[in-house]
Design a protein. Structure first.
Length: 91
């Protein structure tokens, strides 16, 4: 979702639907590096899945070393800044 509970406007077949292992949601979520050896995983709209690196602070890194939760090129979410929710809905 984008801010204020509004749906993302710029989605594609590669937009993530499920991310794991999330510790804390929000606009810059943190991940638990333990379960998958310093990696996070995400399932995409098209049914495929991808892994990514987790930095020393628990934040996901894209291939260019920046946050994948930003807007613009190499963003997983296009032009919207996503607000990641945990399964309980608590950020």
């Amino acid at each position: 979702m984008a801010g204020d509970g509004v749906p993302l406007t710029d989605t594609s077949a590669s937009t993530p639907l499920v991310l794991a292992p999330i510790e804390k949601g929000g606009q810059n979520p943190t991940f638990d590096p333990g379960p998958y050896g310093d990696k996070f995983i995400y399932g995409r709209v098209d049914g495929s899945s991808v892994t990514g690196e987790i930095d020393e602070n628990g934040h996901a890194k894209s291939q260019d070393g920046k946050s994948p939760f930003r807007t613009g090129p190499r963003s997983l979410f296009g032009k919207d800044t996503p607000v990641i929710k945990t399964p309980t809905g608590i950020n």
